[in-house]
Design a protein around this ligand. Structure first.
Ligand SMILES: [Zn+2]
Length: 433
């Protein structure tokens, strides 16, 4: 491609004509910015310094490329998807082909990409790809068919250059460090995946571990059934369970608590409708369960029931107090275990009653979860055990819903339980179970 040379020639000409001013005036007069002509991307004084109109034209051109890529995924058109990828870079081509293959497996009901904030490509990329180098955050908005009720959103860092009249993707990894915590760390971003669909449950595993997918799907389906038995509100059981060997997927940290902490088996990650840059925005629309890669082959139903309970309740809202959120998940987990007459949680019960309850001074709060997670989970469980005993599971679900929607308040607690917070804590402390 000889375009960089042409571009430099263009800069010289523009500088002579002092056309930066001319362009500004034209924009002020309300001319629509040029779209496809080379002038749209020619730097005015120094390379990379574009006028607002030039930047808009570039954004529109790249958005058009992204729209064609999204439509190619939905249509299964690999050639169309790869048309914008630099064919001279074997590794990039391989990554992009893999991305296409994986995205097709997810059965996306909708997909769109669009540019967000501009990134500084850094000197490395500009030296490598020339003065038209353009790095940008790309938002990916997608809905997995049969799973997501509404589109979810994540981000990517892409770098494009102009070649002839086209914008070409030349890099998809160099700006990853500027992304949100799960940006470019989705299940389709690493190795080739296999998906196992079992009713509303979708499990994603490494393609080389397809048999594991079947096993996890069985376990997940049993966990969904357990949650449905004890969570007395409608829930369709739709969840994506990610059980991949790569620790980078969804970028989750697998220890909790202070010091050495303890290992987490699985995590429910809530998705928000307007989530951007890793910050929750708008209502929660659903969840993913990410399984700890180290434990993916030893996963059993009980480990998943706790997280599944979070999934079942996620869309109600985020305002329930932590003792209620974790207490309910532990309550459903323990009930699910004891649904099998051969199993008991008696040792856990005994620990809570003899070790944690005597020290209970109030309902477990975030400080207790931070300093003594075992006591916090145990006493939260016991609080919800007490509420289930007092109210029954149906009214427990009603109380949970009220707290998740409007947050904790004494009037709300009194309305559903007839107790104040202090009275509830006192009743929990002496509850024999
Ligand atoms: Zn939890």
């Amino acid at each position: 491609m000889n375009h960089p040379r042409r571009l430099l020639a263009g800069v010289a000409v523009l500088a002579l004509a002092a056309s930066a001013t001319v362009v500004t005036v034209r924009v002020r007069q309300g001319d629509s910015p040029p779209r496809s002509s080379a002038a749209a991307v020619v730097p005015t004084s120094t390379p990379g310094q574009l006028t607002a109109a030039d930047e808009l034209a570039r954004k529109q051109a790249v958005d058009a490329v992204l729209a064609r890529r999204a439509s190619a995924v939905l249509k299964g058109d690999l050639k169309g998807f790869m048309a914008s990828v630099d064919p001279k870079q074997a590794a990039l081509v391989a990554r992009q082909q893999l991305l296409f293959t994986n995205l097709r497996k997810f059965g996306l009901a909708s997909l769109s990409y669009f540019t967000a904030d501009k990134f500084d490509p850094g000197p490395g990329l500009i030296e490598k790809f020339g003065p038209t180098t353009f790095s940008t955050r790309v938002m990916m908005r997608y809905r997995i068919g049969g799973l997501d009720p509404k589109p979810a959103q994540t981000d990517l860092g892409y770098t494009f250059v102009r070649r002839g009249s086209a914008w070409i993707l030349v890099d998809d990894v160099q700006t990853d460090s500027l992304l949100s915590h799960d940006g470019h760390r989705q299940p389709w971003d690493f190795e080739e995946v296999a998906l196992v669909r079992r009713g509303p449950v979708v499990v994603v595993v490494d393609q080389k571990e397809a048999a594991l997918g079947t096993k996890v799907a069985d376990v997940a389906q049993a966990a969904v059934a357990s949650v449905r038995r004890h969570w007395k509100r409608p829930w369709n059981g739709a969840v994506l369970v990610v059980a991949m060997p790569d620790t980078q997927v969804m970028s989750t940290i697998w220890t909790s608590g202070n010091g050495a902490g303890w290992t987490i088996a699985a995590k429910a990650v809530t998705l928000f409708q307007g989530e951007q840059l890793g910050k929750p925005l708008g209502p929660p629309i659903g969840s993913r369960i990410v399984v700890n890669p180290d434990l993916r082959k030893r996963l059993d139903k009980d480990l998943l029931v706790h997280e599944m309970t979070h999934v079942a309740t996620a869309t109600l809202g985020t305002r329930a107090p932590i003792w209620m959120v974790e207490g309910l998940a532990e309550y459903v987990r323990c009930r699910a275990i004891e649904d099998d007459p051969h199993w008991t949680v008696d040792p856990y019960r005994k620990t809570v009653k003899t070790k944690y309850l005597p020290k209970l001074k109030g309902l477990p709060d975030q400080a207790l979860f931070d300093t003594n997670a075992d006591a916090a989970y145990g006493t939260s469980w016991w609080t919800v055990e007490y509420l289930a005993h007092k109210l029954g599971e149906k009214k427990l679900a009603t109380l949970y819903t009220a707290l998740a929607t409007t947050g904790f308040s004494e009037p709300t607690l009194a309305k559903y339980t007839g107790l104040t917070r202090t009275q509830l804590a006192a009743a929990v402390k002496t509850f024999k179970g």
